[in-house]
Design a protein around this ligand. Sequence first.
Ligand code: SAM
Length: 287
Amino acid sequence: MIDDLPPLREVVAKHGLMASKALGQNFLFDLNLTARIARAAGPLEGATIVEIGPGPGGLTRALLAEGAGRVIAVERDARCMPALREIEARYPGRLVIVEGDALAADPAQLVREHGLGGPARICANLPYNIATELLARWIEAEPWPSVFDRYVLMFQREVALRIVATPAQRADYGRLAVLCGWRTRARILFDLSPSAFTPPPKVTSSVVELVPNATPAACEPRLLSQVTKAAFGQRRKMLRQSLKSLPFPGLDVGSLLTAAGIEETRRAEEIDIGGFVALAQALADLS
Ligand code: SAM
């Protein structure tokens, strides 16, 4: 028992929360695991945690029981609201429920509106179908560093490997690794087997920690995103070819590569994060 609320399985049964595949719902009922994830986001005293997709509130309860000052929980599924309101009543003033689409929410703005003024973090068991889209948006956010001092997030393991990859892990190294490696230090904390979830997903999940770099190399996130999209969109082709798909009519790709100090015959997976930043900087000068 972490609180005097009913066990999660009872909550789910009482409110008829049959897991929805379309909403990426794989719930965690194991209190040891939810506590472990919450502690990974610690120390929690005085901290404001933005949680995306609380569902019936397993991780939410762990975050609050482990001492989070306030949790701001963004959930799209209206069916989860009664369960979340029971948690709100158990922890008065410490849970802010935001009913809506996380893709339409600005977590930094939510912290400015509802935060306690102390450290702020995002901690979530993310809906797998929008997880990478959310992460890319958070990492591309301006200004940087944002209000968050850490992100502790659950992904499918295959996505986690793509987040922490370096050029040495060619198959996993791509746009996500460049974005995350540019502005954060990312590492996998631990894995969770499918049997930890209800219903069990097909694959293993991993909890990833991302700690923002205070002073990443200066470049426009939009341009870094465009250059990595173009380069990895045709990852087997040489950059002199793949970068032709950049959406800048009349751009001289040869001059771009020269300005960035990169040979035309290199391929995307051979370019480190510094190389992509140099390309984005050169693109800013040339476009
Ligand atoms: N946090 C709960 C847990 O660990 O048991 C549930 C995690 S489940 C993997 C993902 C949650 O995200 C679900 O509750 C789902 O309804 C919610 N969700 C899916 N799409 C969403 C969206 N666009 N905005 C906000 N929440 C969303």
